[in-house]
Design a protein around this ligand. Structure first.
Ligand SMILES: C[S@@+](CC[C@H](N)C(=O)[O-])C[C@H]1O[C@@H](n2cnc3c(N)ncnc32)[C@H](O)[C@@H]1O
Length: 419
């Protein structure tokens, strides 16, 4: 049976994974893929082609694809522009030294007790806007206690648990991925329980790691930076499988991964972060500006993308065009590094701009045709009970933008050789 037939043989609503919840991740991250769904698809792909040895995700986020790929015995390669995504994914893939971790957690807890009352509050611009004074003191203690850990892998694990703690005790709203301050009353009533939360989170997450089965030895190549640049470093026709969920639009108006991540990033010791650009943490929006379509380039020819712009106003068109243009350059590079006959699997969603649907799925079909890929199959998933703000972003003068409730897994096959 062909891969397309096998995937079509699953009952339609199977792909909804409506009972799936990931309630206690290492660190919450926006727009995370449904891990068991990727596992099923990847398994079917590997079953249909036993010559697949590596997988690439050029936008790995919290590392769902790379984690599943590694568990299935593939060598993994991945890029993300956001240092928080890289931190989380490295911890998930590189793991923690099981023989040392228990002692390190005990030592960390002792240091936290000893440092209590003996640490100067940590500081960065506007810290007192985003955190209450008692929270700043507690987080400063945890921060110092983590810095004193010698093992890099363990330190990264601690930083990840710390990142989740920072998010939990900051004064930002949870109803949006953007940085929006909570109401005064909510801020005043926030109880600082950050040290207990952090210790418990470490304990919960650590049990998951020690219960994990060690699979086949595989290689891991995870890098922080812009895929538009990093993809150029991979040899032509070297990748057996491309598997990703790319951003659906520019980060400023779709999902603000950078703004979501900036507060933990400001707290974590820079030496343990993969900061690929000195200015990345200088403003709350720098990561989103550096992401696909993040800066508007007005010299693009509007005509080539016309049919996908619908009736949105010119000001918004520029943003969509910039995103499309960046996305196309990544798409082209991806098709060049994929081996002939191999697959590119993309999870895609159509967002709305000015209440008009942007057919990103069809845009990808158009690019696939242009760069020598053939559509093998499409899986449609209804997103039920998505843990995501209903309105993902507010665009000046146009109100909030609806989030997505359907996604498509498009499986394209490269026909012929590049060029
Ligand atoms: C939809 S998310 C990926 C989510 C991931 N599949 C998961 O399960 O967590 C898209 C990712 O693309 C990243 N991104 C945006 N522009 C990028 C660029 N130019 N280069 C690399 N990564 C980029 C964002 O930081 C974000 O983490």
């Amino acid at each position: 049976m062909t891969l397309a037939k096998t995937l079509n043989s699953y009952e339609e609503h199977y792909w909804d994974f409506s009972n799936y919840r990931n309630d206690s991740p290492l660190v919450r991250y926006p727009a995370v893929m449904v891990a068991p769904m990727q596992e099923v698809i990847m398994k079917e792909i590997i079953k249909a082609d036993n010559t697949i040895h590596n997988v690439l995700d050029p936008f790995f986020g919290s590392g769902t694809v790379l984690y599943e790929g590694k568990r299935l015995g593939l060598n993994v390669v991945g890029f993300d522009i956001n240092p928080l995504a890289v931190l989380i994914t490295r911890v998930k893939l590189e793991g923690i030294p099981i023989e040392k971790i228990s002692d390190s957690i005990n030592a960390l807890n002792t240091r936290i007790t000893l440092l209590n009352g003996n640490v100067a509050p940590y500081c960065f611009t506007n810290i007192t806007k985003w955190f209450n004074d008692d929270v700043i003191l507690s987080l400063s203690i945890i921060r110092q206690a983590i810095i004193a850990e010698n093992d890099e892998l363990i330190r990264r694990f601690f930083w990840s648990c710390f990142a989740e703690t920072v998010k939990q005790f900051s004064n930002t709203r949870t109803s949006t991925f953007k940085l929006h301050i909570k109401e005064e009353q909510q801020i005043a009533s926030l109880v600082d329980d950050s040290i207990s939360f952090f210790k418990k989170h470490i304990q919960d997450q650590y049990s998951k790691f020690i219960n994990e089965k060690q699979g086949k030895r595989t290689t891991t190549d995870i890098r922080c930076g812009d895929s538009k640049e990093l993809l150029k470093t991979l040899p032509l026709e070297s990748v057996d499988l491309i598997y990703s969920s790319p951003p659906y639009g520019d980060n400023h108006t779709t999902v603000t991964y950078g703004q979501f991540s900036i507060l933990p990033l400001l707290w974590i010791d820079k030496t343990d972060l993969s900061i690929w650009n000195d200015h990345l943490l200088e403003s709350f929006t720098a990561i989103d500006t550096a992401s696909l379509g993040g800066s508007i380039n007005s010299k693009f020819d509007n005509d080539s993308y016309k049919e996908f712009l619908n009736n949105i106003i010119p000001k918004k068109q520029k943003k969509v065009i910039s995103f499309f243009n960046d996305y196309e350059s990544v798409f082209k590079l991806l098709t060049a590094i994929l081996k002939p006959g191999k697959l590119m699997v993309l999870t895609l969603g159509n967002r709305h701009v000015d209440s008009q649907e942007i057919y990103f799925d069809k845009f990808n079909d158009m690019l696939a045709k242009k760069y020598g890929l053939k559509l093998d199959s499409t899986i449609t998933r209804n997103i039920i009970g998505k843990r995501m703000p209903k309105k993902v972003s507010r665009v000046e003068n146009y109100g909030a933008v609806n989030s997505i409730n359907k996604e498509y897994v498009k499986i394209y096959r490269k026909v012929g050789t590049y060029g």
